[in-house]
Design a binder for this molecule. Structure first.
Ligand code: FAD
Ligand code: NAI
Length: 468
């Protein structure tokens, strides 16, 4: 087909952080761009039922806990009786989601991206049907994201609100008395923390012997200690084998992961958060001769090209961490590659953050991964020795800098701290520029800030921290 006879230069399927960013950058680069989205609003999982609503509830529930448990009293904030208005909190969350999804609509208009409403499926190479209309494009980007992995025997029904996934757990109309979270990963710990702060008794059931699969070992252990201290009950090395719902309550059957005697546990609400899987069903990939890998993901090369001519893929639907900022960076890179430029994402430097209190963040290799590759030096600094954290009464956690023993190049940075998510940006920037631990140690950090703990941990790599 001659170039000009395509309806669009670029068609992006999915308007999550991967897709909407790809569409905007493609339009900025002068390409005639459309973006198909099945949801009523733009922004994908992240803005509608992920990053944004979860952070609204995390933020609000932190305020509630601090006001309710009297911990503000020592700072001179004396409150009378404190009560929760869950309807107001949910409304504030909905307002943030509306503002942010509306913001993407505005950006689409501003950049002249056409929003095609409906489910998209391939009909032939360069050709896609969206909401009953067939559109053609020279380049097509699959950015369809991911959905909750189901757990056989534990059926999610968000409408009933007894066994829910993350979308249901973000929308509960009342605080459950007893909540069970299946999966001690990011979603389970963030949303488990929300409902615990709001008054639920929360038990986290994790199949493995540690929480937070994929994070640094020491961070995983310390995080478990902190969560226990906060009142989350942790049942590690345990699996759920069945669930029954009757009279608004669930009865779960549990047994040790390695097998053994089973027991039952009752809950008013069960959150299933055992991971997410890529969305490819309904795309009719067969029409373009594209297959998924064993994990259901679409494989791409480093430029985000799939094996099908003119078809690219980014975000949660391809291998790699399922994170909004990874999807966004891939969105920019893929659009630049389509436009003939060089779009790159450095897979080695993608930070990840768990937005609990304290936050848990990391970038680069874990200490275990780094030691497997060669000799390393590790510097650690406790938040209890950081003046700002101490003053704010946020003593939990530490920062850890892992550097190559020979070259001193920073290989990974991990932090548990009240603002670890903000602090980790500095570490990512340093690693992107190939910094050594000495570079960080000799960079002037403002005082008093939590970030000084990164400088001190870097100084500790050579055994010379000042405040420890
Ligand atoms: P998505 O955001 O999933 O967007 C894909 C879009 O494609 C969807 O809107 C979908 O409706 C649409 N779509 C699918 N198939 C079709 C089709 N055939 N036709 C048309 N449209 C289609 N990540 C972070 O980095 N930080 C966080 O704090 C964070 N919090 C999270 C909290 C929760 C509760 C959840 C569930 C996830 C969270 N994530 C977070 C992960 C983050 O949401 C995802 O990594 C991110 O949204 C992936 O972006 P994406 O563009 O690949 O896909
Ligand atoms: P996850 O992969 O983070 O954690 C799932 C946990 O469930 C793992 O620890 C796993 O061992 C455990 N598990 C698996 N099967 C189990 C079973 N049968 N019984 C008990 N435990 C079981 O997945 P989660 O929390 O569902 O989140 C999905 C994705 O969403 C993550 O990959 C994450 O990247 C993204 N996300 C990111 C956030 C952030 O960046 N702050 C917040 C929320 C989600």
């Amino acid at each position: 087909m001659p170039e000009q006879s395509y309806d669009y230069d670029v068609l992006v399927i999915g308007a999550g952080p991967g897709g909407y960013v790809a569409a905007i950058r493609a339009a900025q680069l002068g390409l005639r761009t459309a973006c198909a989205e099945i949801r009523e609003t733009l922004g994908g999982t992240c803005l509608n039922v992920g990053c944004i609503p979860s952070k609204a509830l995390l933020h609000g529930s932190e305020f509630f806990e601090e006001a309710h448990d009297g911990s503000l009293g020592k700072f001179g904030v004396k409150l009378g009786s404190v009560e929760l208005d869950l309807t107001a909190l949910q409304a504030e969350k909905a307002k943030a989601v509306k503002e942010l999804t509306g913001g993407i609509e505005f950006l689409f208009k501003k950049n002249k991206v056409t929003w095609l409403k409906g489910q998209a499926n391939f009909t032939a190479p360069h050709s896609v049907e969206v909401g009953g209309q067939v559109v053609t494009a020279r380049d097509i980007v699959i950015a369809t994201g991911s959905s909750v992995t189901p757990l056989p025997g534990v059926e999610v029904d968000n409408a009933k609100g007894v066994i829910v996934d993350s979308t249901g757990a973000l929308a509960l109309g009342k605080v459950p008395e007893r909540m069970v979270v299946i999966g001690g990963g990011v979603i389970g710990l963030e949303l488990g923390s929300v409902w615990r702060r709001l008054g639920a008794k929360v038990t986290v059931i994790e199949f493995l012997d540690q929480l937070l699969l994929g994070m640094d070992g020491e961070v995983r252990k310390e995080a478990a200690k902190i969560f226990k201290k906060q009142g989350l009950e942790l049942r590690l090395s345990t699996k759920v084998t069945a669930a029954k719902v009757a009279k608004g309550k669930a009865t779960l059957t549990l047994e040790p992961s390695a097998g053994g005697a089973s027991e039952t546990l009752e809950a008013d609400c069960v959150l299933v958060s055992i991971g997410r899987r890529p969305n490819t069903e309904g795309l009719n990939l067969a029409a373009i001769g594209l297959e998924t890998n064993a994990r259901g993901q679409i494989e791409t090369d480093h430029e985000f090209r799939t094996r099908a001519e003119g078809v690219w893929a980014i975000g949660d639907v391809i291998p790699g961490p399922m994170l909004a900022h990874k999807a966004e960076d891939e969105g920019i890179a893929v659009a630049e590659n389509i436009a003939g430029q060089t779009g790159i994402v450095n897979e080695a430097v993608i930070p990840s953050v768990v937005y609990t209190m304290p936050e848990i963040a990391g970038v680069g290799l874990t200490e275990e991964q780094a030691r497997e590759k060669g000799e390393v030096k590790v510097g650690k600094f406790p938040m209890a020795a950081n003046s700002r954290a101490k003053t704010n009464r946020e003593p939990d956690g530490f920062v850890k800098v892992i550097a190559d023993a020979k070259t001193d190049r920073v290989l990974g940075v991990w932090a548990i701290a009240a603002v670890a998510g903000t602090m980790i940006a500095e570490a990512a920037m340093a690693m992107e520029f190939g910094a050594t631990s000495e570079d960080i140690a000799y960079t002037c950090h403002a005082h008093p800030t939590h970030s000084e703990a990164i400088k001190e941990a870097a100084m500790a790599v050579t055994g010379k921290p000042i405040h420890m």
